[in-house]
Design a protein around this ligand. Structure first.
Ligand code: GRF
Length: 215
C-alpha cells in the first residue's frame, strides 16, 4: 500500500511529532512525513526534523503580515509537498477556515485533555492542566480529533484517560499525560494511513483491518 504523505505542524518541542516520525520509520505507520512546518524560530521540532532529513519550513503569522497571507503561505507549502494528512502536534496558532476546509477530515490535532473538557480558546499547554486541577477532576487525559473551524471541536478519533493523583501540579500531570498523547497520536495516524477511519457527522468509527488476502 502506498505510504500516505504527512505534513506536521509544530510550535514547540515536537515530542508528538517525534512519536509520529518514529512510527513511520519503524513501519507501524504506513506514512511518510514529507514536511515539518513550524511557527516559532526556536522550536526544537525543527531540529528533530533536520536530524531526520525532513524539510523544515518556518512560517510565522506575524512575519507573513496578515492572517490571509499566513493561510496562503501554509496552503502553498502543503500543496507543494502534496500532503494528504496534516498533523497538528503542539501547534499553537489559529488556522483560517479556508485552510481547514481545504483538508476535510484530513487534518488531525492532539489535545492534552478529554474534549469537551478544558478545550477551546485559551486552553493550551499548561493552562489545560491548571484548569483540570482547579476543577478537581480525578481523571484527565488526551484527545485526538479531526480539526474543524471551531477550535478543539472536530469529531473525536481517540481518547486516553489518565488518573489525576493527589498533589499533582500542572507539570506532573502534563508529564503523566504526554506519553499517552504520543501513543494515541501515533495510533490515530496509523489508522488514518490504513484508511480505517470513517466519519459520519460527529462520529468516527474504526473499521476492521482488511485481511491480506482481501486486498
Ligand atoms: C503536549 O502536551 C501537547 O499536547 C501540547 O504541548 C505539549 C508538548 O508537545 N500542545 P510537543 O512535545 O511539542 O509535541
Amino acid at each position: 500500500m502506498r505510504r500516505v504523505r504527512i505534513a506536521v505542524l509544530c510550535s514547540g518541542g515536537g515530542s508528538n511529532f517525534q512519536a509520529v516520525l518514529d512510527g513511520c520509520q519503524d513501519g507501524r505507520i504506513n506514512g511518510e512525513i514529507v514536511a515539518l512546518i513550524y511557527n516559532r524560530k526556536n522550536a526544537y521540532a525543527a531540529r528533530r526534523a533536520r536530524e531526520a532529513g525532513i524539510g523544515a519550513h518556518y512560517i510565522n503569522k506575524l512575519r507573513c503580515g496578515s492572517a490571509a497571507a499566513f493561510t496562503q503561505a501554509l496552503l502553498s507549502q502543503l500543496k507543494a509537498c502534496r500532503a494528504e494528512l496534516i498533523v497538528l502536534a503542539g501547534w499553537l496558532e489559529i488556522l483560517g477556515e479556508e485552510l481547514i476546509r481545504a483538508y476535510p477530515n484530513q487534518m488531525i490535532n492532539i489535545h492534552p485533555a478529554l474534549i469537551p473538557s478544558f478545550c477551546g480558546k485559551g486552553f493550551y499547554g499548561r493552562y489545560v492542566h491548571e484548569a483540570a486541577l482547579a476543577y478537581g477532576v480525578k481523571i484527565s487525559g488526551c484527545t485526538v480529533h479531526f480539526v474543524s473551524p471551531v477550535a478543539d471541536d472536530g469529531p473525536i478519533i481517540l481518547q486516553r484517560a489518565v488518573e489525576v493523583l493527589p498533589g499533582d501540579t500542572p507539570d506532573t500531570l502534563a508529564a503523566r499525560i504526554l506519553p499517552y498523547e504520543h501513543q494515541a497520536l501515533a495510533e490515530a495516524v496509523m489508522l488514518f494511513c490504513q484508511g480505517r477511519l470513517r466519519v459520519e457527522g460527529r462520529m468516527v468509527s474504526v473499521m476492521e483491518q482488511e485481511k491480506e488476502e482481501e486486498k
